[in-house]
Design a protein around this ligand. Sequence first.
Ligand SMILES: CC/C=C\C=C\CC(=O)SCCNC(=O)CCNC(=O)[C@H](O)C(C)(C)COP(=O)(O)OP(=O)(O)OC[C@H]1O[C@@H](n2cnc3c(N)ncnc32)[C@H](O)[C@@H]1OP(=O)(O)O
Length: 300
Amino acid sequence: MLSTSRFFPSFSSITNRALSTTPALKSTDISVKEERPYVYNVKLNRPAKLNTFTMEMWREFKKAIDRLADDPKCRSIIITGEGKSFCAGIDLAAGLSDIIRVIQDDSVEIGRKGRAVRRFIGEIQDCFTALEKCPKPIIAAVHSHCLGAGIDLITACDIRMASQDANFSIREVDIGLAADIGTLNRIQKVVGNDSWTREVALTARDFGADEAHRYGLISRICDDRQSLFENSIEMAARIAEKSPIAVQGTKETLNYARDHSTDDSLNFIKTWNMSQLLSTDLMNSALAAMNKKKATYEDV
Ligand SMILES: CC/C=C\C=C\CC(=O)SCCNC(=O)CCNC(=O)[C@H](O)C(C)(C)COP(=O)(O)OP(=O)(O)OC[C@H]1O[C@@H](n2cnc3c(N)ncnc32)[C@H](O)[C@@H]1OP(=O)(O)O
């Protein structure tokens, strides 16, 4: 069992450093690649630190997702991690240094400190909420460690799959905090088992791919990392072949239905489709189905 203290520089050394000493993000910490036509891979690319998140990396991640959200040449996305682990959570040394500096700055009045903490958490929340807000479906492909912020990330995705070696933990209580960037707010809606959710969130215990699958956190287990990658690309490519109007309307509606009453969401989809059924995609798809052919669709 590793102690988290080995990752922390002393608090005084953090507070004495200037802001600019936060390890700078090389833009390679997040890489974006078109793997197939219309299918993009957003890769966490900080393998030496097990793809742990710094503030700069969070910002880069959001930028990448927001860019793909608006790119008509992107229709589906997979999220992968380079190296040994998918994501070992927040970078316990660099990722918390900004906030610790504020907390420890005695010249800042306590009410203002609270506001700064709230802003800090909100900014990080937005980086993962970008996954949910992105109209393109997003598949998380998890191998090895997926801890803390890693679970925040994957619960904001549309689909989760993992290789057999995956190792998950809602690790936050072990570092003295209630998870605040999405896991606790989304996981019950993903998993639908309140007792299990509370068990893993309150104990921070590790669980593997089989357990994650059994409780619905992931929908598919692959034998190894290579087949995980291939399966996630195949699934993303299959989605990308379909009408982007239909696919993106489906994601919007599922998100809306999750957070509203059935009545409200029925109203939402009929209003949505007031315009979206007028699209040529409907006729194209119907004709292609009747002729046993594949339809192609304009970019949106
Ligand atoms: C407002 C708050 C917002 C977000 C909050 C999020 C909360 C969380 O994310 S909680 C989870 C935090 N993460 C952890 O507690 C994991 C800590 N890491 C480990 O326990 C282990 O590294 C391991 C994942 C079990 C893997 O062990 P091992 O295979 O032996 O590899 P290591 O040699 O330990 O690690 C390699 C390399 O990575 C560095 N590293 C690993 N995890 C972190 C981390 N979380 N923060 C910073 N650095 C980390 C480790 O120091 C090694 O670096 P070297 O330079 O090679 O020493």
